[in-house]
Design a protein around this ligand. Structure first.
Ligand SMILES: Brc1nc2nc[nH]c2c(Br)c1Br
Length: 337
């Protein structure tokens, strides 16, 4: 599926380089309360909007890549304009002490490393469906997130609210364009990034969804945990097998050279049932394993799209609930965005 949303939506949608950022001037409107985190490109704080006295998040962007700053603001502005469910809301764009800062809606987030091991089967279904809802909307308007991972998914358990954050690596999809492969976070990098195949698309995000889904249903913090990019590919090959890796390379005429002996060994494809333990048996249903097997494919064109994944039988029990067709007491509301 390479529907060309960006050319349909027009230059004003995707041309972020000629996009003028009108920084709002009331720089002292937002006060910093505490530091939430930070990285190469930004420092993130909890803040207070002194006008509304609402809590907010202030993401102070480091002046490393001005083009990247424009892209992130353009993406967030585009997405806030649309009814794109479960995407973090952009409230303001201010220059505080010379640094451009994004003010976003606050989420009473439960740290995923603590939350994930406690999620019940219905909660895994619900939050995965909420993530797919966000990606379906975003992919439909020509945007790839490119850094899907648990740390970029804020979940407020009390309000059963999920928000996809950190659009700093997001890009606009255009057919027949080569993209950078040094994107994403190692454990969630798709095979195309690891073998250097640049002609990727929205399906890049669907691999990462598969990695997250596997970590939730198998209760494994990171399902493919490589020590470097080569080891990351090795971990994937030891599960998906060498045979399908080789046919993937052939399909796309990818020349993958390596001196790593372990990458040259023939690994058998493992059945997903191989990862079931007494501890995760109640989560790894046959529907869950079927869905997983349709997301974690080497060949990105074989992976389910976000919409196709939403329609998978794994979500039936919460889909029926949403339409009120079942009278099951289990609280697993669906579609409340
Ligand atoms: Br955006 C955003 N980024 C964060 N980093 C840590 N916690 C965060 C929250 Br809550 C939001 Br909302």
């Amino acid at each position: 599926m390479s529907h060309d949303a960006c050319s349909l939506l027009g230059k004003s949608w995707y041309d972020y380089e000629n996009f003028h950022i009108d920084w709002s001037q009331d720089t002292d409107r937002y006060e910093v309360v505490r530091r939430l985190g930070g990285g190469k490109y930004s420092e993130v704080f909890e803040g207070i909007d002194t006008v509304t006295s609402d809590r907010c998040v202030i993401k102070v962007l480091k002046p490393v890549a001005p083009k990247k700053i424009k892209r992130e603001i353009k993406v967030l502005r585009n997405l806030c304009g649309l009814p794109s469910p479960n995407v973090i809301g952009l409230l303001d764009v201010v220059q505080s002490r010379g640094n451009p800062s994004l003010v976003m809606e606050y989420v009473e987030n439960v740290e995923w490393k603590r939350l994930f091991p406690r999620l019940t089967a219905p909660e895994i279904q619900y939050y995965t469906s909420q993530l797919l809802l966000a990606l379906s909307a975003v992919h439909d308007v020509g945007i790839i997130h490119r850094d899907i991972k648990p740390a970029n998914i804020m979940i407020d358990v009390k309000q059963r609210k999920l928000r996809l954050i950190d659009w700093g690596l997001a890009e606009f999809y255009h057919p027949n364009v080569d993209y950078h492969i040094r994107v994403g976070s190692r454990y969630y990098k798709a095979p195309e990034l690891l073998v250097g195949y640049k002609r990727y698309d929205y399906s890049l995000d669907m691999w990462s969804v598969g990695c997250m889904f596997a970590s939730m249903i198998f209760r494994k913090e990171h399902f493919f945990r490589g020590s470097d990019n080569d080891d990351q590919l090795l971990k994937i090959m030891k599960t998906l097998g060498t045979e399908e890796f080789d046919s993937y390379l052939k399909t796309y005429n990818i020349h993958f050279e390596t001196e790593i002996d372990s990458l040259l060994i023939n690994y058998p494809k493992q059945p997903w049932t191989r990862f079931i333990t007494a501890e995760n048996r109640h989560l790894a249903s046959s529907d869950a394993l079927d869905l997983l097997g349709k997301l974690l494919r080497y060949d990105h064109h074989e992976r389910l799209t976000s919409k196709e994944a939403e329609a998978h039988p794994y979500f039936n029990s919460i889909r029926l609930e949403a339409s009120g067709k079942t009278d099951s007491a289990s609280d697993s509301g669906f579609g409340s965005t």
